[in-house]
Each structure stands twice: as C-alpha cells, then as structure tokens.
Design a protein around this ligand. Structure first.
Ligand SMILES: O=C(O)Cc1cc(O)ccc1O
Ligand SMILES: [Fe+2]
Length: 479
C-alpha cells in the first residue's frame, strides 16, 4: 500500500465554529447520512464527540470521520516506558506547591539529546483536575526531533499550542470560489515552525501562530526545519470560544474567518509497531497498531483542530486616556460556569499604537483575583525592560502584586507628557489568565532557569511622595 495523497502545501478551510466538510477523495463523504451500511470506498464511519451528546446545540461539538480502519483496531493500552514524569493533570498538595511569590523563568534551553514533543513537554503549573473535568495546566516544551512512528492523543483536555522559537516567511494565495467558499493555499519559506498532522489533515504552525488540538484528537508534531520551543495551555472539561464583543460590536479582535482548519489528508500505510501515546490523567499509555492513524479520507463536523495567526488580530484600546484592562485583547476564552469568569483566557499584547494622553501608558501596578501566566513569543514586553525574554515565562498568582519594573517606570516618567502617539512594534507577548489558582510543579520551581532575582526588578521603585507639592518633580525625586 502506498500514500495516496501527499503535498508540500497546506490547504485550509476557514471559519471558527463552522460545521465543515472535507474529502481527500471525491465522493468519500456519504451524501445523505452519517452511518450508511457500506460507506463509499469501503471506509469505516467513526464519530468523535467533543461535548456530551445532549449539550445544547449552540455548544455541541462533534465530527464524523470516514477512515480506512477504525481507531479501535489496536492492542491494549499499557503504561508507556519511559513515562514522562514531568506531566500533571491533577493538582494537589502531594504533587505540586502553592506559592504567592512573583515567579519568572529564563528561556529553557533545547536539549542536545534527541527529544520529541512528547518527551520535551513539561507542566509548569495548573489547577483542578482532568478527572473532575474542571481545571487547566500550563506546559512548556522543547523539542529537537520529529515524532516517529507514533501519534499523541490527549484524553485529558484541549491543547492550545504557542510555538515560540524561530520565525518563518509565509506566502499565501487565496481562491474565492463561485459558491463564495474560500480556500487558502499556503507555502512556507525558511521557517522553523511545526507541522502537526491530525486526523482532519495537516497544519503548519509557525511562531506567531497558535494551534488548538481538541481533546481526543490523534496528532504528530514534526519539526521539518529544526528545534522548537513553545508553550501549551491545556483546559479540562470545556473548549475555547471566541469572546463576546459587547459594545465593541460585531467586528474586532480575532475574526472568525481567520481561524483555519485542515483539509482531509490521509496515508494508507501498513506500519507495524506504530504506537498511539495516550495522555490519560497526566500519565502516558501506549497502544500498538499496524497502521497510521492518519487514515481519514473524508470528514465533516465542527469538532476540529485549527490554527490562528496572531498577527491577524485587530486590537482595540483606549483612544484618549488611561490604560485598558488586558481582557480587551482576548483571542480565545474557555468559560467557567460563572458568566464573565474564565477558566482560561488567552490574551495577547500585539503590536499597536499607544495614544493615551496624560496617562501612564504601560500596564498599571495591580493585584488580580485571577492568576496570570505570561510568555513572550518574540520582541520585548512594555512592562519589563529586561529579564522577560522570548521563550521565558512569568507567573503572577492570585492577588500577587506586580507591574512595570523600575526601569520601565522611570523611563516612562522621564519621557513625560509630550510623547504623542507611539507604536509598539515587532512584539508578541501573551497571557493565560485563570480564575483557578495554579499550583506549581516541583521541576518548575527547582528549574535552573528560574530567575531567583526577579523581585529585584521592583525593589528600586522609590517613593516620590512630596506632601508639600501636589505635582512632584519626579526627576529630582522631591528630595
Ligand atoms: O501583568 C501584566 O503584565 C499583564 C497585564 C497587562 C496590562 O496591560 C494590564 C493588566 C495586566 O495584568
Ligand atoms: Fe497582570
């Protein structure tokens, strides 16, 4: 048997939450029903449910696969040896610690020893439980090798992957068909992104883009252009949505049409010894089968992997004075049961104009009942002159004070009031923000990349209080 369809290019369907269909062979999708007695081309029909069968229609997620052999055709699951001891999906006193201190990590170095996405993944912090279907985990990964003869399947939750290292060049051609559907054809030059093969097809994901791999999808991560590092937000028991826009109106922030879903792609490969690596309760299990799981010739549904280019984001902000709360730049949100309270928001700080008058423009000093994990894909971050590096991370836990470092504060005050519009360019920072308080893993706290001097960046903030003058002269510190 041989590969029936292989292509260097990546073709996508577009639209967040759409019910989509795709076939790699014409006529492979049954026309009038989901479960015909005999499917076209002799394929097996298989459903994947991302929500309970009875979830209200507005949030019900499911897809139908038409595949060469069904997923069930494998030997029993066994514990994987070696396991990955640095993964958690349930956080308790026995496996992680609580810590209100401001934490910051330098970029983790990519190891020399061969490490694929599964072995290079490690949990930094999280809260709740995949078993109880409520909670989240923040992981990071470093990898220097493609996954080989194995596919990953996360039974615990959805992954939002933020690749960080390297930056590619994209050539995009868009075809608009007469029926007004749109096809995107992407080619890539010199980039160091990920190629993620999923049961729905293949995604090319470069730094500056994100990919969402919903719970239960089988996928491989390949590194065609070299080592990779990145961040992963994982949510248990719910799925990401676009945020409501409230008074902003119908448009703005992430546009639904910019979310790209792969098109059907399959390989008909006899592949003895192929393993499915299943993350289940934070532990890894393997099941052996003799074929590639990427054998879906056609599919339809709204439970799909997708990607999004963060540079397509249309940021909103103040146009006169004061600093908006970061929720204004929410790309995706995973809801909790309380309206307006996120289990996990994914927020970005993209390039944008700053125009506010008589305003301290960087983020304000604050304490938040929500917890904030931040990462930096490239460039610098407006609240930290140094120390917060691309590939690094920070955690400001529930009610832990934080804000601009001394150098950012003093530089902002020194610039004074006559700054005019200024543009923040060439940067992409992000935040995972949660209502649940994260516990931190021992390996993240004992990491050689933990910045023990982080607190020093605020220690130099001086008092400018001058009770004799309403408007102190900050340059002279009133002393
Ligand atoms: O802490 C941070 O840097 C993130 C953040 C940014 C901002 O502009 C306002 C509030 C906030 O928590
Ligand atoms: Fe903050």
């Amino acid at each position: 048997m041989e590969e029936s369809k292989a292509s260097g290019d990546f073709q996508y369907l577009s639209g967040f939450g759409n019910h989509l269909s795709s076939e790699a062979l014409v006529g492979a999708l049954p026309a009038d029903q989901n479960s015909p007695l005999i499917c076209p081309y002799g394929l097996y029909a298989e459903q994947i449910s991302g929500t309970s069968f009875t979830t209200p229609r507005s949030h019900n997620l499911f897809s139908w696969f038409y595949r060469i052999k069904p997923s069930v055709t494998h030997e029993p699951f066994k514990a994987r040896v070696p396991s990955n001891e640095r993964l958690l999906s349930e956080f308790s006193q026995s496996n992680s610690t609580t810590n209100p201190t401001q934490l910051r990590w330098k970029p983790v170095e990519i190891p020399d020893s061969p490490t694929d996405f599964i072995d290079g993944l490690f949990t930094v912090c999280g809260s709740g439980s995949s078993f109880m279907r409520h909670g989240y985990a923040i992981h990071m990964y470093t990898a220097n090798k493609s996954m080989d003869k194995c596919a990953f399947c996360n039974a615990d939750g959805d992954f939002l992957i933020v690749p960080q290292q390297g930056k590619g060049t994209k050539v995009l051609s868009v075809t608009i068909f007469l029926n007004s559907s749109i096809s995107y054809l992407e080619s890539w030059l010199n980039n160091t992104g990920l190629v993620i093969t999923t049961e729905c097809g293949r995604l090319k994901v470069s730094p500056g883009e994100i990919a969402i791999l919903p719970q239960g999808f089988r996928f491989t991560v390949n590194l065609p252009d070299g080592p990779s590092r990145g961040y992963v937000g994982e949510i248990f028991g719910t799925h990401f949505r676009l945020p409501d826009l409230g008074p902003i109106g119908a448009n703005g922030l992430a546009s639904p049409r910019d979310f790209l879903v792969p098109t059907a792609w399959y390989e008909d490969k006899f592949n003895p010894g192929y393993t499915i690596v299943q993350k289940f309760g934070g532990e890894l299990f393997v099941a052996v089968q003799d074929f590639s799981p990427f054998n879906v010739v056609a599919w339809h549904g709204n439970y799909v992997p997708y990607k999004y280019d963060l540079n397509k984001f249309c940021p909103y902000n103040t146009v006169l004075f004061d600093h908006s709360d970061p929720s204004i730049n929410t790309v995706l949100t995973a809801p909790s049961d309380k309206p307006g309270v996120a289990l996990l928001d994914f927020v970005i700080f993209p390039p944008r104009w700053l125009v506010a008058e008589h305003t301290f423009r960087p983020p304000y000093y604050h304490r938040n009942c929500m917890s904030e994990f931040m990462g930096l894909v490239y460039g610098g971050y407006e609240a930290k002159v140094d120390g917060f590096l691309p590939g690094g991370a920070s955690l400001h836990n529930c009610m832990t004070p934080h804000g601009p470092d001394t150098k950012s504060y003093e530089a902002t005050i020194a610039r004074g009031n006559n700054v005019g519009p200024s543009k923040i360019t060439e940067t992409m920072a992000f935040m995972f923000e949660s209502c649940l308080i994260p516990r931190i893993t021992p390996w993240a706290l004992q990491s050689p990349f933990l910045d023990h001097d982080y607190y020093q960046c605020w220690i130099g903030l001086r008092s400018h209080f001058n009770q004799k003058s309403e408007v102190p002269n900050l340059q002279n510190n009133g002393e």
